[in-house]
Design a protein around this ligand. Structure first.
Ligand code: 5GP
Ligand code: 5GP
Ligand code: 5GP
Length: 210
């Protein structure tokens, strides 16, 4: 029998489109470091199970310490900014992500290596470029969900999970692209068949500018 080392099967690297966070009813606030680049930015690296369930808040004693990631700070500010209000340096967002999700992978990653793994993964894929290559641009037009899924399958090589939210007038829009990563946190994989998702999307979704 195989020892269950970690209580999860794979990770989602969750990338958010800032235009869709910011044009939602709650609006957004740019971080202290200024307006982020117009690209898909990191929301989190989430341990997940093949059946769709996921662990959370696994180790309350292992709280976030910004001192552990001081060498990653400029990379974090550029690629993992918090767009929530009020404007911040991102520490509270990162602390939330570490406590809720990261501590569920702390058998394989300490805090530093968890954040570094997410940054390294994000660095390997340019979703905006992949979509653009298929003529899908953040220009406030609507695109079919299937065309977005197919563009990512073609340009990235694996299936993904698309998540949507609503803009202030209620239009459903492309909010997050969830890429699946093996449980070592280093290699992209196809998402498990059971991956729920796209549930909040409609067959046509807006891709807002940022
Ligand atoms: P929402 O309700 O906005 O979809 O999700 C709220 C929070 O629940 C997310 O920020 C995330 O922390 C967690 N969450 C939602 N769906 C998933 C999922 O499929 N896997 C994991 N690991 N966490 C999720
Ligand atoms: P989740 O629980 O879904 O993993 O993380 C979402 C939490 O992080 C929410 O409480 C949200 O207010 C906070 N947060 C802070 N900055 C951001 C951001 O830029 N994007 C998202 N999606 N959530 C953020
Ligand atoms: P949480 O409780 O996780 O902070 O946030 C709950 C929901 O509200 C999540 O879907 C999160 O993305 C959204 N949210 C939280 N703060 C903000 C914000 O400042 N602006 C926007 N647009 N959404 C937010």
């Amino acid at each position: 029998s195989v020892t269950q080392v970690c209580g999860f099967d794979f990770f989602y690297l969750v990338l958010q489109w800032p235009g869709s966070f910011c044009d939602a009813e709650q609006k957004c606030c740019y971080p202290n470091s200024g307006k982020p680049a117009a690209e898909f930015l990191i929301h989190g690296l989430w341990p997940n199970n093949n059946d769709g369930s996921y662990p959370s808040n696994c180790d309350p004693d292992n709280s976030f310490a910004s001192s552990q990631i001081s060498d990653l700070m400029s990379n974090m500010e550029a690629n993992w900014p918090s767009l929530a209000c009020p404007s911040s340096n991102g520490y509270s967002f990162w602390a939330h992500e570490w406590s809720k999700h990261g501590t569920c992978a702390d058998s394989i990653f300490n805090e530093h290596d968890y954040f570094e793994a997410a940054l390294n993964l994000k660095d390997k894929v340019d979703i905006l470029q992949i979509l653009s290559s298929s003529g899908i641009e953040p220009n406030d037009n609507s695109y079919s969900l299937s065309s977005i899924e197919e563009a990512i399958q073609t340009g990235f090589g694996f299936t993904s999970v698309i998540d949507c939210n609503k803009d202030v007038s209620g239009s459903i829009q492309l909010y997050q692209v969830q890429l699946c990563v093996d449980k070592t946190g280093t290699s992209f994989i196809a998402c498990p068949d059971s991956s729920s998702g796209s549930g909040r999307c409609s067959s046509e979704v807006k891709f807002p500018s940022f």
